[in-house]
Design a protein around this ligand. Structure first.
Ligand code: SAM
Length: 472
C-alpha cells in the first residue's frame, strides 16, 4: 500500500525535523495498515469469559487490562459479539486515556469531548455502575451517536449532554472528581486509518486546533474539584497541540501540576523542549514536568499514536454540591402500566427513582437516573440515566437501552441462541420470527447476552430491534 505520496509534504518535513533519526521508522509505520484492537465490555462479562468466547488470537495491551490487539488481517467490526457490545473497537493507544484517568467507582467523571464514545464507554466500565459519568458532545448529531453507543454498551449511570464547555463550567464549577478532554485535534494519529484526516491537515489547521484546545482546557479546569484530576489527550503528534497546549495551560493555571504518568512498555515521555516548537523564546526555559506526559508513537508500540497529560488541581476537598435531579412520582395509572410490564418479565426491582420527559403528544420517556445525578434543566440533555422506555396511551414500551443493560437471565421470556443461531441472525436483519410461547414482550439473546426486544402475539414475534442497527 503506497500511502506515502498522500501524506502532506509539510507534515513530513515537520516530523523529519522533530524525529531526526527516528523519522524513517516512524514513516515506515505510517505506511502500514492500522493494528486492529478491541476493548472488552466488563459491564457485560469478565476478560476471562471473553477470552473463552473469542474466535481470534488476542495479544494483551500492556497499559489496558481489558484491551487486546489482533492480527492486521482480522475484521472485528462486523462480528455478532461487536453487535451485542461485548467489545468496543478501539485503537490500543486510545485506550491509554481512560486507563490513565483511572476513575474510581462512585466518583463523578466528566468526558467533555466524548463522541462517538471510545473513552466514555471505557470510563463507564471502570466506574462499574457506581458514581456518575457525564458524557458531553458539542455537536448535536454526534451527541446522538454517543448516546446510542453508551446505551448499547449497557451503561446506566450516564448522562449524555450536548453542550459547550463554557456552559458546563458556568453550571458546575468544581463539581467533578475527574474531567477528561479528548480534544478535537489535527488527527495525525489517524493518518493510517483515515484518508480524510490527511486531506484536512495543514499547518494553519494545527494552529487553529491549538487555540481551540486552550479554550476548552480553560473551561475544563473550572469543572475540577480541589485535588481532582484533569486529563488532556489528543491523537496528534503536533507539538503545538500537545506539549505547547499543556505548557501554556500550566503557566496560566498555577493551581494545576502535571503528574508523572506510569511508564508502560512503549510509552515515551513528553518533550519539554517542544513546548514552544519550532522557536522557543530566549527567556523561556523548558518546563521539565512536561516529561511526565506520555507520547505513544506508532513505531514504538502497537497503536496509532496519542498524547496524554494527567494534571492535578491543588488542594483537597469533595466535589462541589450540585442541584440533584428532580424526580417524579408517577401517576397511579402510569405506575400500573409500568408494573404490568415489569413485574412478570424482569427479575430485578423496578427502580424507585424515576425521571419523566414528555416526547410527542401522549408519550412520555421514563428513565432511572444515577443516585447522584444532577438536575440538567436548561442544558441540552440527550439522556439522563438509564432509559427504561416510553409510556404511551396507558401502555409501556421498553427501550433498547433497557434490554442492553439487563442480564439475559433476569428476563423470564427470552429466545436464547448460540452464536451463529438462525433466529438471532434473522432478528438482527429486522425480520419477524416464528417462535411459539406466551404473548407479550420477549428478549432475544445470543450466548446469554441481550440483543433486543420482540413482541409476541400468537407465536409470531414482531421485531423491535432499532432500525439503525439492523443488518443491511
Ligand atoms: C477526538 S474527538 C472525541 C473522541 C471521543 N472522545 C472518543 O473517544 O470516541 C473530539 C470531539 O470534540 C468535539 N468538539 C469539537 N469542537 C469542540 C469544542 N469547541 N468544545 C468541545 N468539544 C468540541 C468534536 O465534535 C469531537 O466529537
Amino acid at each position: 500500500m503506497a500511502k506515502e505520496t498522500a501524506l502532506p509534504l509539510a507534515f513530513m518535513a515537520r516530523m523529519a525535523a522533530l524525529l531526526d533519526e527516528e523519522f524513517p521508522p516512524f514513516l515506515a509505520m505510517l505506511n502500514q495498515r492500522p493494528v486492529p484492537a478491541l476493548r472488552v465490555n466488563t459491564l457485560k462479562l469478565s476478560v476471562e469469559q471473553f477470552l473463552a468466547l473469542s474466535p481470534w488470537a488476542l495479544t494483551p495491551v500492556p497499559w489496558c487490562p481489558e484491551g487486546f490487539t489482533l492480527d492486521r488481517k482480522v475484521n472485528i467490526g462486523t462480528h455478532t459479539y461487536h453487535e451485542i457490545a461485548l467489545y468496543y473497537v478501539q485503537d490500543a493507544s486510545a485506550m491509554a486515556v481512560a486507563a490513565l484517568t483511572a476513575p474510581q467507582p462512585g466518583e463523578r467523571v466528566l468526558d467533555l469531548c466524548a463522541s462517538p464514545g471510545g473513552k466514555s464507554t471505557h470510563l463507564a466500565s471502570l466506574l462499574a455502575g457506581q458514581g456518575v459519568l457525564v458524557a458531553n458532545e458539542i455537536d448535536r448529531g454526534r451527541a446522538d451517536v454517543l448516546r446510542r453507543n453508551l446505551e448499547r454498551w449497557g451503561a446506566t449511570n450516564t448522562l449524555v449532554l450536548n453542550e459547550t464547555p463554557e456552559r458546563l463550567a458556568e453550571r458546575w464549577p468544581g463539581a467533578f472528581d475527574r474531567v477528561v478532554v479528548d480534544a478535537p485535534c489535527s488527527g495525525e494519529g489517524m493518518f493510517r486509518k483515515n484518508e480524510e484526516a490527511r486531506y484536512h491537515w495543514s499547518e494553519a489547521h494545527v494552529l487553529g486546533c491549538a487555540l481551540r484546545q486552550r479554550e476548552i482546557l480553560h473551561s475544563a479546569a473550572q469543572l475540577v474539584r480541589p485535588g481532582g484530576r484533569l486529563v488532556y489527550a489528543t491523537c496528534t503528534f503536533a507539538p503545538e497541540e500537545d506539549e505547547g497546549v499543556i505548557a501554556r495551560f500550566l503557566r496560566s493555571h498555577p493551581d494545576f501540576t502535571l503528574l508523572p504518568a506510569p511508564r508502560h512498555e512503549g510509552f515515551q515521555p513528553g518533550q519539554p523542549a517542544w513546548a514552544d516548537w519550532p522557536a522557543a523564546p530566549e527567556d523561556q526555559t523548558p518546563d521539565p514536568s512536561l516529561a511526565g506526559a506520555v507520547r505513544l508513537w506508532p513505531h514504538k508500540l502497537q497503536g496509532e499514536g496519542h498524547f496524554v497529560a494527567v494534571m492535578q488541581r491543588a488542594g483537597d476537598g469533595p466535589p462541589a454540591a450540585w442541584k440533584p435531579a428532580q424526580l417524579v412520582r408517577l401517576a397511579p395509572s402510569d405506575r400500573a402500566a409500568l408494573e404490568a410490564f415489569w413485574q412478570p418479565l424482569i427479575g430485578r426491582p423496578l427502580p424507585e427513582r424515576l425521571l419523566l420527559r414528555p416526547r410527542q403528544s401522549q408519550e412520555v420517556e421514563v428513565s432511572a437516573p444515577p443516585e447522584d445525578a444532577p438536575d440538567t434543566a436548561g442544558l441540552r440533555t440527550a439522556q439522563a440515566g438509564w432509559r427504561l422506555g416510553v409510556l404511551r396511551k396507558g401502555r409501556f414500551e421498553p427501550s433498547h437501552a433497557l434490554a442492553m443493560a439487563l442480564r439475559a437471565e433476569e428476563v423470564s421470556q427470552r429466545i436464547d441462541q448460540a452464536i451463529g443461531g438462525e433466529l438471532a441472525a434473522r432478528f438482527m436483519r429486522g425480520e419477524t420470527l416464528d417462535a411459539p410461547g406466551p404473548d407479550g414482550w420477549v428478549l432475544i439473546a445470543v450466548e446469554d447476552f441481550p440483543v433486543g426486544w420482540g413482541k409476541r402475539v400468537g407465536g409470531v414475534v414482531k421485531n423491535h430491534y432499532p432500525k439503525s442497527l439492523r443488518w443491511g
